[in-house]
Design a protein. Sequence first.
Length: 178
Amino acid sequence: MKVVKLMLLSSIFFLPNLPSYGHLYGYNVQEWKNQKDNILIQFDTNPKTPIVGKNSIMNFSVQNLQTGKHLKDFTETVTVIYQGTDSSSYTITHKFDSKPVKDGDFSQNYTFTSGGTYGIFLRIDTLNIINVSRFTVFVSSPQFQITNMIYLLLPFMILIGIFAGVGIVMARHIYRRR
């Protein structure tokens, strides 16, 4: 019985990651749902965390919320907005030209110019409806990478400091006894 349990538990790690109805899947996929108009929009970037000055691909999948099938024949417009460090200031950094989409999947290439948080707005125009969805992207820069490295190493530095302090106290105590 224990062997069967062990096999079942270990098989969980080796199961393939299969997509559901949508074409975008994974941990970083953002979804926007409009129950009224029956639309599901999925958004993901490649790489998962874009880096300043390097090309990124923004992937979109527009689907029928109930059936999971692609929305057909619509026009898309993508706008990139930089939020900056102050959450009350927004700057439009790029507005892509509107393009027709025959099948619900499309992508846009973009190179982010500075690190921080960006808002990605997608407007979809069909014959019957107009929808605007918003997604958030964090863009990494060298300053953020250095700060993250410090935060990652801080617990280790504290632990090394504690061990060094304990070692010094023990060495002084042993030296005094002799």
